[in-house]
Design a protein around this ligand. Sequence first.
Ligand code: KG4
Ligand code: ZN
Length: 337
Amino acid sequence: MNVLGIETSCDETGIAIYNDQKGIVVNDVYSQVDLHRDYGGVVPELASRDHIRRTLPMIHTALTKAELSPDQLNSIAYTAGPGLIGALLVGASVAKSLAFAWQIPALGIHHMEGHMLAARLADEAPEYPFVALLVSGGHTQLMACERAHEYELLGESQDDAAGEAFDKVAKMLDLPYPGGPAIAELAASGDKNRFDFPRPMTNKPGLNFSFSGLKTFTMNTVNSFKRPEAQDRADIAAAFQEAVVDTIRIKCERALTATGLNTLVMAGGVSANLELRARLEQMAAKKGYRIYYPPHHLCTDNGAMIAYAGYLRQKAGGAEGLAIDVRPRWPMTELNV
Ligand code: KG4
Ligand code: ZN
């Protein structure tokens, strides 16, 4: 069985092919970072225009690389939401049109479920039930997952997502977009103990997050210098990253205790952060929990996670009509069967 995956929810065009015997056979990602860099963030209209230019040629290339003809595809999975509406519409339109022409099903996939399922593409795959930590540019959520497509929201960010906070703090430190990897790199040469940053919402019970106060605290710290030197910036980056990582660790530990589950799956762009991984691994080792995450290159947006999610959905009998419909906002709990 071969499933074509199309991801266009934000600023990466991801095209992949999943084969149920061989796994991911092609996974091509075109990143638009250069296009958006001068604006310091994603410009939605530019994102859509670029997706529309790239999608069909990338699909052609993927089929050629996989040595497959369209009649050897069993379905087309595309990201139906959440994300930027124009960008989503590109992937949805292409997917539905090709599926109509090729007489195969098109399957709309939830982007965050795709991120989460990517953890099953690692050498060691998690088994249900587990707690999922979903941390991306648009989401910071803790979910309890009893079984496939059964989600309970345990907590989420009340304001900025963790990745968004990384991106905004990067701007304050004159680092390029996207901010996460840039902060992580700068933080590596910083002293995380020079400044004492807050761990928001950790002194009250509950599993929600808030990163906007931490963002302001960081801004104030930057502004406390007339002109921060390189070492000051590195120390601020390290303190900020440490505060985010520690806050997430505290909430994950709480979520595991509250649910009585002993498996944690982390996914989404921020799960590429090595400090976060190390800290959660440490916590898991101490408490006897198991922790899983996607292979590093499948943490940020890609088509492979969508192709794989589509394969699972098709196997479960998923099907949909021809109308092109996307969900810029889409709570994952609405996927519950
Ligand atoms: O999942 P993703 O690729 O796109 C969304 O669905 O949003 O996540 C992108 C986010 C960006 O905010 C980016 O700064 C962050 O993930 N990110 C990181 C790292 N790599 C990407 N944040 C912290 N550390 C990283 N190494
Ligand atoms: Zn994503």
